[in-house]
Design a protein around this ligand. Structure first.
Ligand code: URA
Length: 219
């Protein structure tokens, strides 16, 4: 696994969430014997912690409230509800955890497949909340491998008006971070780990296998 210093040495930009609970749960998720139900539960729990990280700088404004004891000005989140955007299908595995933490968030989905001839990402589904330009947009997908899906999804979201975008994943490949940084230098990447490399099949090494299959119990 790469450290923050490795990222700096390679000119890559990503926040690695080093919280011990994130790292412990990620190791459990990597284990190949982990059953689907446990994998899904762990992804949900890690998503809570990644959600705290990606929203740590969100602005607050004071509201006048009354406690049972007295009136006070107390901080609440400012502005429009943020939106989580899931890149289908594995992104859906992170949505439940994110929504546990911010139940009032809006949710969108972007579906892309890779054309086997042109190798370009082709959109087959796009449904997002309105007023994208006024919201914090948190895009979720567990694996940043080549980066192609995330890069295309975020291009599409920008066309749809999104401006304040962040990308959250579980495991990244250095190749994916590099491509993503180049395509979207304005979009911060939050990840639990940056692994060694991509293999010839586009899998992250050591990674955790196919995240979609492990979340949904498919093969
Ligand atoms: N997508 C996955 O689910 N796993 C990888 O290792 C790479 C892409």
């Amino acid at each position: 696994m790469l450290t923050e210093q490795d990222l700096i040495d390679r000119g890559l930009k990503a926040t690695i969430v080093r919280h011990p609970l994130v790292q412990h749960k990620l190791t459990l998720m990597r284990m190949k014997e982990q059953p689907t139900s446990a994998f899904r539960a762990l992804l949900r729990e890690i998503s809570w912690l990644l959600c705290f990280e990606v929203t740590r700088d969100q602005p607050l404004e004071n509201r006048s409230i009354e406690t049972p004891v007295q009136a006070m000005d107390a901080p609440m989140l400012k502005g429009r509800k943020l939106a989580f955007i899931s890149i289908l299908r594995a992104g859906n595995g992170m949505l439940d955890g994110m929504l546990d933490v911010i139940p009032s968030a809006r949710v969108g989905h972007v579906g892309l497949y890779r054309d086997p001839e042109t190798l370009q990402a082709v959109e087959y589904y796009y449904k997002v909340p309105n007023n994208m330009e006024d919201r914090l947009i948190v895009v979720v997908d567990p694996m940043l491998a080549t980066g192609n899906s995330a890069i295309s999804a975020i291009h599409r979201l920008k066309q749809g008006g999104a401006r304040d975008i962040r990308f959250v994943c579980l495991i990244s490949a250095p190749e994916g971070v590099e491509a993503f940084n180049k395509a979207h230098p304005d979009v911060p990447v939050v990840t639990a780990a940056v692994d060694e490399k991509l293999n010839d099949h586009g899998y992250i090494v050591p990674g955790l296998g196919d995240a979609g299959d492990r979340i949904f119990g498919t093969k």
